[in-house]
Design a protein around this ligand. Structure first.
Ligand SMILES: Cc1cc2nc3c(=O)[nH]c(=O)nc-3n(C[C@H](O)[C@H](O)[C@H](O)COP(=O)(O)OP(=O)(O)OC[C@H]3O[C@@H](n4cnc5c(N)ncnc54)[C@H](O)[C@@H]3O)c2cc1C
Length: 417
């Protein structure tokens, strides 16, 4: 049935997933799109983010001049992610250059989000709108916000992150996969000026733009360039066998020297600890993830990004998966013109996106074990580690997004018959 009015789509959450979904949908004249963000302003917390080749493809599909967007965001093209051994008898040995053929871009998160949101009309962006209830009406949804206001929509895209609200509507309040679980690692981060990082860690690691990942006993240390190469992000992640419910835990030098005790006579740990501790409030952040959800959809409501599939960061793929989600939703909504078809779109979205995203999340868990030196079959042997890592990103980076979209659209058409 042809519709004479626009399909109204609400997006809850204005992070990377919400912004990407808005970009995918807003350019379609038959859709009216609004983003509702709980925070007083649209902004990203955290430091840098890497966009791997599959994320770059998804971004290009959302933003045809994505190269300019990346330049404006101060993105630094990486020549590879170089994995090195950080502790033990092989400390200082190179393991592998990952993503050398198809390098990633590193940038500041806030800069990327800013660029994604920039062209969205202000009247479609609503801050201070924390979604607290969703009511299914005979035709459409009523969304209720913490400030007492409400809005109607034909579809709700929950892009409200790992600790968001929409997942509970999709899975039910008591579902075992509802709440995030501690993944078993905690990481400290800092961002320092380039000259300081180079002077502390030595010029060798900064000859060309590269991300370095040092794998050692019970952890991983990373440094990479952002902000047009003016800043260096430093991360020290270690196994946390007694995770607490606190998302953030204050730390001091002693904490880092204890968790990285076996690294201290190696090539990188002392310098990295100096850089990590050199901030006003040093802290570690617990890694959280979701258990696999049995569905990403309930009626006219779906979840995308971290709300659907929060994963450990070991394969640097959470935001990439969110961008792919947005592209697929955009392609599907382009093929309907009535609110009556929303559920069909969301069901097809679920069917194509859930297997891919959950496969990445599962792969990421095991990659984390290898990259923090706790996989018993790999240990800290550079040759075995090379073999274990060399193909782990193939299915992520080599993904054929166009074919994926084609499958999704075909499924939608078949479903209409
Ligand atoms: C340490 C670390 C490193 C990572 N590195 C990479 C990387 O290099 N590459 C990569 O691809 N991925 C990476 N990721 C994953 C990536 O950061 C996430 O997958 C991505 O940021 C998720 O975006 P999102 O928009 O889904 O969620 P979020 O960024 O959490 O955004 C959710 C938004 O929803 C809002 N919100 C919450 N509740 C409500 C509500 N009730 N109503 C309205 N709004 C609400 C929040 O305020 C927030 O703005 C990393 C993750 C971590 C933890």
């Amino acid at each position: 049935m042809e519709s004479t009015r626009k399909i109204i789509i609400a997006i809850s959450g204005g992070g990377l997933a919400g912004a990407a979904a808005a970009r995918a949908l807003l350019r379609q004249p038959h859709l009216e799109v609004h983003i509702y963000e709980s925070a007083p302003e649209f902004s990203e917390r955290g430091q840098s983010i890497g966009l791997a080749i599959n994320a770059q493809r998804a971004l290009k599909s959302l933003v045809p001049d994505s190269g300019n967007l990346l330049s404006r965001a101060g993105a630094v093209p990486m020549n590879s992610t170089r994995i090195m051994i950080g502790s033990g008898p092989h400390a200082g040995t190179k393991v592998i250059d990952l993503a050398e053929e198809n390098p990633g871009y590193m940038m500041h998160r806030a800069a990327l989000l800013h660029e994604l949101l920039e062209p969205i009309p202000r009247e479609n962006m609503h801050a201070n709108k924390k979604l607290v209830a969703i009511e299914q009406q005979p035709h459409g949804l009523t969304l209720k916000f913490e400030d007492g206001t409400s809005e109607s929509a034909d579809a709700l895209i929950g892009a409200d992150g790992i600790f968001g609200f929409v997942r509970s509507y999709v899975l039910g309040d008591n579902h075992p996969a509802l709440k995030p679980v501690a993944a078993g690692w905690a990481g400290a981060m800092n961002m320092v000026p380039f000259a300081k990082a180079r002077d502390t860690l030595g010029p060798e690691s900064f000859k060309i733009n590269r991300q370095y990942g040092w794998v050692g006993e019970n952890g991983l240390m990373i440094h990479d360039l952002i902000n047009n190469g003016e800043m260096v992000q430093c991360i020290g992640t270690s196994v946390d066998r007694n995770p607490s419910d606190d998302r953030r835990k204050s730390i001091n030098r002693e904490y880092l020297e204890t968790v990285f005790a076996k690294w201290l006579d190696g090539p990188v740990a002392k310098g990295m600890i100096d850089l990590l501790i050199d901030q006003e409030h040093p802290a570690v952040y617990e890694q959280w993830e979701h258990q696999n959800a049995p569905t990403y959809v309930n009626g006219q409501v779906c979840i995308i990004g971290d709300a659907a599939h929060a994963m450990t960061p070991w394969q640097g793929s959470g935001a990439a998966a969110a961008l792919e989600d947005a592209v697929v939703l955009g392609a599907l909504f382009a093929h309907i013109n009535s609110p009556d078809d929303v559920e069909r779109v969301l069901n097809v979205y679920d069917a194509v996106r859930r297997p891919r995203t959950q496969r990445i999340a599962e792969s990421s868990r095991l990659t984390g074990r290898i990259l923090s030196g706790i996989d018993e079959t790999v240990g800290l042997d550079p040759t075995i580690m090379h073999e274990a890592l060399k193909n782990r990103w193939t299915f992520i980076h080599g993904f054929n997004l166009d074919a994926h979209i084609e499958t999704a659209v075909q499924n939608l058409k078949n479903d209409a018959k």
